[in-house]
Each structure stands twice: as C-alpha cells, then as structure tokens.
Design a protein around this ligand. Sequence first.
Ligand code: GTB
Length: 219
Amino acid sequence: MNPTITAFERSPDRGKGLARDMRVRWALEETGQSYDVRLVSFEAMKQPAHLALHPFGQIPTYEEGDLVLFESGAIVLHVAEHRAGLLPDDANARARAIAWMFAALNTVEPPILELVTAKILEGDKPWAAERLPLVKDRIRNRLQQLSDRLGDAGWLDGAFSAGDLMMVHALLRLKPSGILDEYPNLSAYVARGEARPAYRRAFDAQWTVFAAASSAGSP
Ligand code: GTB
C-alpha cells in the first residue's frame, strides 16, 4: 500500500516547490516509492483530525499502515532507512549522511528562515532595515563554511544522499534573495539537485496541485 503524505491544498509559495512536502516527495521519488497525497487547507490543518497526525497543525505528514509521522526530516530519514537510494550501505558513511541532514535542518536552515521572518513578518518594523544586514551576514557566514567544505565536489560526502536532499532544499529558499549566487559552487550544487529526475518529478507533482487550484479559482 502506498504511503499517504499531506501537502498544501494551495501552497503560499505559488508552486515553487519550497513547502516541505517537496522534500518528502523528492525522497519518495529518489527511492522509487509511489505515494498518495491528501491536500489540506490552512483551516483543516488546525482541526482535530489533522492535529491527531501533526501536533503543530502543519504539513507534511506521512501515514503508512500503523505509522504516522510528522517533521520533514524524520519522514525523509524514515524513507531513506527503509528504501535504497538515499543512504550509503557503509555504516560510517551512512552516519555522516545523516549528520548532513541534521546540519541542513539545524545549522544551515535556521539563519535562512530568519531572513524570511525579517523580510516578511518584520519588514514593516522601524528596526527592520538595521536588522536585515545582520541576518544576511549570518547566512553568508554559514554559506561560506558550506562552500569551503563542498569545494569542487559534486555532493557533500561522496554519492548523492538524503543529506544533499535536505541541504539543497534548505538552500533553495535563498534563491530569490540573490545571496546564493555569491557562492558559485553552492549555486551549481543546488542546480545539480534540481536537475535530478526525481526532483523534477516531485516538483512537477506539486506544481500540478498549485496550477489546478489556481485554475479552479480557489482563494
Ligand atoms: N519543522 C517542520 C518540518 O520540517 O516538517 C516545519 C513544517 C512547516 O513549517 N510546515 C509549513 C506549514 O504547515 C509548510 S512548509 N505551515 C502552515 C502553518 O504553520 O499553519 C514551510 C513553508 C511555508 C511557505 C513557504 N513559501 O511560501 O515559500 C515555504 C515553506
């Protein structure tokens, strides 16, 4: 039986593949696992039926038989541990790939999300203009370190892994800011991720949802 994931009925990213169901879709595509999607509205996410799956009333969730998971990192790790294609067989290499997943979520993504907060939620505050350069500097600091480590390698640690999947998706959020372009090897790294057939299939699937919602004229 296919696992079922949840995704936005109408994503606020307008089909750019930035919502976190994209990570789960991409992981499932990389491992050749077909899946079903249940679309949820913002209102439905806060109702008891969805809160029973996700304590914070968010997407994505993952249901497979008796198992219910939330948190995109935990879901991708579960998929990677149960299907071939996202984690190396060698135990040490596997542990390092998982470390890169945590690095993406806990070390690289937080300053990137701070930029989203600074621009969207705090953009109209009197101190916003003063804070923005500080936030951007924190991102540049992390990106420089990541860029130094990646060097001219294709992926972070040998073959493409779940660590790269999470890192590429976290970095994608930076694209509109132009900051990623300051690090040509990281831009190329992200482009390599986006060029993977599994990424394309996942992207097209979430785009189709957005396009259908738009043509149906839902709010
Ligand atoms: N830590 C959780 C995880 O990784 O799964 C975070 C999940 C999360 O933030 N979910 C968001 C959500 O459900 C959607 S993905 N939000 C609804 C709510 O909290 O009420 C985050 C997201 C939202 C919008 C854009 N965008 O517009 O570009 C990108 C990413």
